[in-house]
Design a protein around this ligand. Structure first.
Ligand SMILES: Cc1cc2nc3c(=O)[nH]c(=O)nc-3n(C[C@H](O)[C@H](O)[C@H](O)COP(=O)(O)O)c2cc1C
Length: 245
C-alpha cells in the first residue's frame, strides 16, 4: 500500500467507494444503469474520473506477486475492455488471454526461452532480469489480434483493411490502454511488454491459429514508484495547437 498511487490511496483512504454505494443504496430510485448487482461490483475504476485515471496511469515494473483486487475483478475489467473498446468498422478483432499464478509464470518461462534462442547472449543477459521481474509479478494479460475477424465483415469493408492495416494497431493500442488505465485505477501497477513467442503460446493454451500475439500487460501490487520516477512534461505549446477558439 505504501507506494500506491496517491490518487488511488486517497480514494481508498476516504472510503469514497463505500460512501457512494451507501448513498446510492439510501436513494429510493436507482438510475437504470445502477442495478443492485452492479452496485455490488462498483470499485475504484468506476468512481475515479476518466481523466484522473488517465493521469494516474504509469509504467510500474517494481511490482510483486500480490493483487489488491480479486481475480474476478481483473477478469471483469478485461472483459469490459475487450467488449467496449472501439475498432475500425466495429471489427472487434482484439482478443485477450488472462494468466494468473503458474500459468502466468509459464508464459514468462516461454518468453525467456524464446528470447534466449533468438537474441545474442549479451542482449539476453540484459533482458533476463527484466523477464524474471515480469515472472515475479501477479499476472499478465496477453493481447492478440484475431486475423479471422475481418473476414466476417462485408467484402467492401474487408478491402479497406488491406489499405489501412494500421487500424488493427490503433485498436490494439486502445484496448491495451483501457485495460492498463482501469487496472491502475484499482491499485494495480502495470507495464506493457512486447514479447512474441506466438507459436509456443498458441500451442500451450490451445488458442485459434488465427490469433497473433501483440503485447503483454503485466500486473501486481506496486512495491516502488513508477519507472523513471516523476514524469517531466515539456510545454504543450508546440504539441497542442488551437485555432478559432
Ligand atoms: C506502444 C507502446 C509500446 C511500449 N512498449 C514497451 C515495452 O516493450 N516495454 C516496456 O517496458 N514499456 C513499454 N512501453 C511503455 C513506455 O515506455 C512508457 O509508457 C513511457 O516511457 C511513458 O512512461 P509511463 O508509462 O510511466 O507514463 C510502451 C508504451 C507504448 C505506448
Amino acid at each position: 500500500m505504501k507506494h500506491q498511487l496517491p490518487l488511488v490511496r486517497t480514494l481508498l483512504a476516504t472510503n469514497r467507494i463505500q460512501s457512494t454505494i451507501s448513498a446510492i443504496s439510501r436513494s429510493t430510485t436507482l438510475p437504470s444503469s445502477l442495478t443492485p448487482s452492479r452496485i455490488r461490483t462498483m470499485s475504484s475504476s468506476e468512481t475515479v474520473s476518466f481523466l484522473d485515471a488517465v493521469k494516474a496511469r504509469r509504467s510500474f515494473v517494481a511490482i510483486n506477486k500480490t493483487s489488491p483486487i480479486p481475480d474476478d475483478r481483473v477478469i471483469s475489467i478485461i472483459q469490459d475492455t475487450i467488449k467496449h473498446s472501439p475498432s475500425a468498422f466495429n471489427v472487434q478483432s482484439c482478443r485477450a488471454l488472462i494468466l494468473f499464478g503458474a500459468e502466468h509464470e509459464k508464459f514468462w518461462d516461454i518468453a525467456a526461452k524464446k528470447t534466449k534462442d533468438s537474441v545474442p547472449e549479451a542482449v539476453f543477459a540484459g533482458l533476463e532480469p527484466k523477464i524474471k521481474g515480469h515472472r515475479d509479478s501477479y499476472g499478465s494479460v496477453l493481447f492478440f489480434e484475431d486475423t479471422e475477424a475481418v473476414k466476417k465483415l462485408p467484402p467492401q469493408f474487408q478491402g479497406v483493411f488491406s489499405q489501412y492495416p494500421e487500424w488493427y494497431a490503433h485498436a490494439q493500442g486502445m484496448n491495451q490502454f483501457v485495460a492498463w488505465t482501469a487496472l491502475t485505477a484499482e491499485g494495480l501497477g502495470c507495464s506493457l511488454q512486447h514479447y512474441k513467442p506466438n507459436a509456443e503460446v498458441l500451442a500451450e493454451w490451445k488458442l485459434p491459429q488465427s490469433w497473433v500475439l501483440h503485447a503483454q500487460l503485466v500486473f501486481g501490487t506496486p512495491t516502488g514508484p513508477p519507472r523513471g520516477g516523476e514524469k517531466v512534461f515539456p510545454s504543450l505549446e508546440d504539441k497542442v495547437l488551437v485555432r478559432g477558439a
